[in-house]
Design a protein around this ligand. Structure first.
Ligand SMILES: [Zn+2]
Length: 239
């Protein structure tokens, strides 16, 4: 997206100052890491990627949207979709297994950042985000999507209940059986939603890394680390 004036930054767990289990580039507050460490990590990430502090919201696995303006801040509002319609308004999603989706129509100057776990995927949050962008003047055939690392089908075992709820909204390929267990592919499920919303296949790029088993780079993984872990950030901004 860079050549279209859109900057995307996807962090992993390298390059920060936090100690285990948040080692080292933890960007999630109130998880048990110190606020000083998280701030230091944020400053390092912003400095190395030439960004200003991004907007963030309280992510609650819903489909609410927060329209962001001006300088970045940590909002108290619950929102799993952040949207901006101006340049220099960076939006960030925190994840540790969930799928971050970054969307941009630079011509219409509309961007969005989406937090899609299995609940968001079942609620078709990718479609909700694209619809909100269209309302702001974006055109589906121009929207570019970048999907960050999430837990892969290799590691994301789901219950029968989740399997059935995902199958109700996702392509059958997004849930598969292996050794009598069900595994879900959040990336694929959301790519199908983006295509169904009118995005072109050549405008969708996905990081092929699994947050739970990828070694280099390594990521924070809620599932692998049984909840005791940090968060990576996925950031998008129009320049
Ligand atoms: Zn894996």
């Amino acid at each position: 997206m860079e050549k279209h004036g859109v900057k995307v930054v996807l962090s992993d767990r390298d390059g920060g100052c936090s100690l285990p289990p948040f080692d080292t580039l933890n960007l999630g507050i109130a998880l048990g890491d110190t606020d000083e460490n998280v701030l230091e990590n944020m400053q390092r990430l912003c400095q190395s990627s030439g960004l200003t502090l991004p907007h963030q919201a309280q992510q609650v696995h819903g489909i609410s949207l927060l329209h962001c303006f001006g300088r970045g801040e940590q909002h108290e509002t619950d929102a799993d979709i952040l949207l901006a319609t101006e340049k220099h308004v960076p939006l960030a999603i925190r994840t540790a297994d969930c799928l971050p989706i970054l969307l941009a129509d630079p011509e219409a100057q509309v961007i969005a950042a989406v937090h899609a776990g299995w609940r968001g995927t079942v609620a078709e949050i990718a479609k909700v985000a694209v619809s909100a962008m269209l309302e702001k003047g974006a055109k589906a055939e121009r929207i570019m999507a970048s999907l960050g690392a999430c837990i892969g089908m290799c590691c994301f075992e789901v219950s029968l209940d989740i399997q059935q709820r995902l199958l109700a909204v996702a392509h059958a390929e997004a849930v598969r059986q292996r050794d009598g267990k069900a595994y879900a592919d959040l990336g694929l499920a959301n790519q199908y939603q983006l295509l169904a919303s009118g995005l072109l296949p050549q405008h969708i790029e996905a990081t092929p890394h699994c947050t739970a088993c990828q070694q280099k780079p390594a990521y924070f993984s809620y599932r692998r680390d049984a909840g005791q872990t940090g968060r990576q950030l996925s950031i998008i901004v129009l320049e």
